[in-house]
Design a binder for this molecule. Structure first.
Ligand code: GDP
Length: 275
């Protein structure tokens, strides 16, 4: 992190804004906790990616939440390209003063430069590939730009720079690790899969009782994640010899179904709980 921090700080004078890509299903856990302190007062945009898998109502709440904090946030789907044009427009709106200042000084051709950051696996590469197409700019040709930084030309008014290094999530927070493992952003072989499934059950019981009913025919209130996991196992007939519920098999099935959106579009972290 120290090296990335230094590299980003070096680059700051060359950029106009920072776009942080996060996973719309876990907008809290998929952020880098130090980003704001690294970028100081640089304008920041949040790109809630993977909206195709997130709960649209929860994404709308997050966009409102950030708006109330004075931060532009938009939902995008890098896989399909949805929201990419909205991103270009949002940058130009966010930096309208800068564009006007360039125009006033006769610097009409000067592009806005945005650094794209985010923890691993949120979709930064997919985003840049999708937005940039094939006209990759050569870093070497740009005066004042450190060799090795990857600039991507989007159009005459916009250039993007990939994160110079790796920004990690807040791994010391156990919940963060669990939620990123749930979404598949970190390998789940470091965390017990049954525990992950129990955590998922806790969230489903609290926010998605309707989906539990629809997919697993679960009725009633569950306050305990493990009890719910057992009930799901029972409904699916995952019973071992001797009549015990096979919670390990149930956990694997549930995680797989969640990651493939079989339970529907689910957001694990809600804006209302963050307020
Ligand atoms: P990076 O480490 O931040 O550069 O992340 P990548 O661009 O490599 O993406 C990580 C994974 O997320 C890949 O498997 C992508 O295909 C997937 N991904 C990226 N954007 C989306 C999206 O909008 N929707 C879905 N469903 N998957 C996405």
């Amino acid at each position: 992190m120290a090296k990335t921090r230094r590299k980003i700080k070096e680059i700051l004078p060359l950029i106009d804004a920072v776009a942080e890509v996060v996973d719309a299903r876990v907008p809290v856990s998929s952020r880098n906790p130090e980003l704001r302190s690294i970028i100081g007062a640089k304008p920041l945009m949040i790109l809630l990616n993977k909206c195709d898998m997130a709960d649209p109502a929860a994404t709308a709440d997050w966009i409102e939440y950030y708006k109330s904090k004075g931060i532009t946030a938009i939902g995008i789907e890098c896989k399909t390209g949805k929201g990419i044009n909205a991103f270009k427009n949002a940058v130009k709106t966010l930096l309208a003063d800068k564009l006007k200042a360039y125009a006033d000084k006769g610097m009409v051709g000067k592009p806005l430069r945005v650094m794209v950051v985010g923890i691993p696996n949120v979709g930064k590469s997919t985003f840049i590939n999708r937005i940039e197409g094939n006209n990759r700019a050569k870093a070497e040709n740009r005066p004042g730009v450190t060799r090795g930084n990857q600039w991507f030309t989007v159009d005459k008014q916009l250039e993007l720079l990939d994160t110079p290094g790796v920004l990690w999530p807040k791994f010391e927070d156990k919940t963060v690790g669990e939620r990123l493992a749930l979404t598949g952003a970190v390998k789940d072989n470091v965390i017990d899969r049954e525990l992950l499934a129990v955590r998922l059950c806790e969230i489903l019981a609290e926010d998605y009782a309707d989906r539990l009913a629809a997919r697993y025919k679960i009725s009633g209130d569950y306050t305990d994640g493990y009890d719910l996991l057992c009930e799901i196992g029972k409904k699916r007939g995952m019973i071992m010899r001797g009549g015990e519920i096979d919670t390990e098999r149930t956990a694997n099935m549930l995680l797989e179904e969640f990651r493939n959106c079989k339970i529907g579009n689910i957001t694990l972290e809600r804006a209302k709980k963050n307020a």
